[in-house]
Design a protein around this ligand. Structure first.
Ligand SMILES: [Zn+2]
Length: 107
């Protein structure tokens, strides 16, 4: 179903679907980790924000501060840093959203 909300300077249907997919993955990962413990909902909020910031990062605007840290974390950028490697370009990301540029209108 195509929404009437897309357009220049607005989220397109494709970007909206991608974000919904990422948030769904984050919620499922949270439920697996916590058993759906509502007392930890602030942790879920933080993880959703991390997911958003991660997929909207670029080489000139790295937004991985809320991403997990460590040598085996899911964030390629923080994982590279933890392994004392130079993070690869964001252009190599399988999924990326150009939310802060004109490119978002092409997604
Ligand atoms: Zn990240």
């Amino acid at each position: 179903m195509k929404s009437k909300l897309g357009g220049i300077g607005k989220l397109t249907d494709k970007v909206t679907d991608k974000l919904a997919g990422y948030y769904g993955t984050t919620v499922r990962r949270f439920v697996e980790k916590t058993g759906g413990d509502k007392s930890k909902i602030a942790e879920l909020e933080s993880e959703i924000m991390a997911s958003y910031l991660h997929v909207t990062s670029s080489d000139t605007d790295q937004r991985h501060l809320k991403c997990p840290q460590g040598k085996e974390c899911w964030c390629f950028y923080n994982r590279a840093l933890a392994n004392n490697k130079t993070p690869p370009s964001h252009n190599t990301m399988r999924e990326r959203i150009h939310i802060n540029s004109k490119e978002d209108s092409r997604q």
